[in-house]
Write a protein that binds this ligand. Structure first.
Ligand code: UT7
Length: 352
């Protein structure tokens, strides 16, 4: 039994935030952002109304419709996000509830693999379908970054990059061995875990006095006493941190490695690719990979210019948009690849 993507869908919030709009909060320029990242604008969800779950629901409804199934056919949910509605439970069950899939027989799995989250989630779905466990898996990547960014000049290196949105696919079995998800590859290396991270609030403890500056607190006298402290708020420690140049240098190496790994496994070459859809981390990263792999503009899909980096949502949004524009057609060879915090990275090669 092979597995295929039977339906795609995406949702982005209505509110467009341009680079110039960000200038009211921080010292930045449209030129800097476009030159370093390629981003012109991003979408921000409506606070108190939209969340990662509500956006995922919109994307999921479109994917279900696109696959020609009904929500009752869904037998498993995999939800990738790093900006969940709640610390726990994860968004998988919230999406199940929003969709009104009340039967208790299905399962919902939450994936926390940051920018690689969708590729990890897709890989899990692929294996469940290939082993005959499930027949209609809803795989979603959704992010609401706008709620948790440092909009002061101190946070500008991170906050200008990220945007909100959601993408979804339906993974189904197919008996056609020449089509569907040909191969997936997942990797990680925790050496640089804190170089792109949001470590507070967390249960890491801050056990030593010297941790106070780094984590904003030391170990509590009473267990459970301290989780979020005033020092964390005052020192901007509740925002993501990124060592951008280190991430960039690792990304360009790992992206190429994991794409080549997928192609070599399938005994194919870069010139065989009809469409490469990278995680939309930075247009400069995509362009570097395109150049070093000798791909033409027609072989690569980028939409970071419009949406920024939407982490786990970026690949399914781009995939659904490319399909909608007729840029991914039946029989095409499509490669998805991602790299991000962890570090984690992965790829999927699909015969559409
Ligand atoms: O999706 C997860 C994976 N993430 C990535 O793949 C991101 C990888 N990294 C990057 O995309 C880039 O490193 C960034 C776009 C994040 C940053 O670009 P950079 O060329 O590496 O800039 P930088 O961090 O080295 O900063 C250069 C200068 C600094 O000023 P000084 O110290 O040279 O005076 C920054 O303070 O640019 C300054 N800067 C800004 N200036 C205007 C940083 N952010 C901004 C900003 N506007 N938004």
């Amino acid at each position: 039994m092979n597995s295929k993507i039977a339906g795609v869908g995406y949702y982005v919030p209505e509110k467009i935030v341009t680079n110039n709009d960000l200038k009211q909060y921080m010292d930045t320029t449209d030129e800097w952002i476009q030159e370093r990242t390629g981003i012109r604008e991003r979408r921000y969800a409506e606070k108190h109304k939209e969340t990662a779950t509500t956006m995922a629901t919109e994307a999921a409804i479109k994917a279900i419709d696109n696959a020609g199934i009904s929500k009752e056919d869904i037998d498993f949910i995999i939800f990738a996000t790093i900006s969940p509605d709640y610390y726990f439970p994860g968004c998988g069950v919230l999406l199940q509830r929003e969709l009104g899939i009340t039967k208790s027989t299905i399962g919902a799995l939450d994936v926390r693999n940051q920018c690689s989250g969708f590729v990890y989630a897709l890989s899990v779905a692929d294996k469940f379908v290939k082993t005959g466990t499930y027949k209609n898996i809803l795989v979603v990547g959704s992010e609401m970054h706008s709620m948790g960014l440092d909009y002061s000049t101190r946070g500008r290196g991170v906050s200008v990059i990220f945007g909100d949105g959601a993408g979804a696919v339906i993974v189904q079995p197919t008996e056609d061995e020449s089509k569907g998800i040909l191969t997936t590859h997942l990797h990680s290396d925790g050496t640089f875990a804190e170089e792109l991270a949001l470590i507070n609030p967390g249960c890491h403890g801050g056990y030593h006095d010297e941790d106070k500056e780094k984590y904003g607190f030391v170990s509590p006298e009473i267990p459970g006493e301290i989780f979020v402290t005033q020092a964390m708020i005052d020192n901007h420690l509740l925002y993501p941190y990124m060592n951008g140049q280190l991430v960039f240098k690792n990304a360009i190496v790992r992206f190429k490695e994991v794409i080549m790994e997928a192609l070599e496994t399938a005994q194919l070459k870069p010139e065989d690719l009809d469409m490469f859809i990278p995680h939309q981390a930075n247009l400069r990263i995509s362009q570097y990979i395109q150049k070093t792999m000798g791909l033409s503009d027609d072989q690569v899909y980028n939409n970071i210019q419009k949406y920024g980096n939407t982490t786990a949502a970026s690949i399914p949004i781009a995939l659904a948009e490319a399909c909608g524009e007729g840029k991914v057609k039946e029989g095409d060879l499509v490669c998805l690849a991602a790299f991000g915090s962890g570090f984690t990275w992965g790829s999927a090669l699909i015969r559409w």
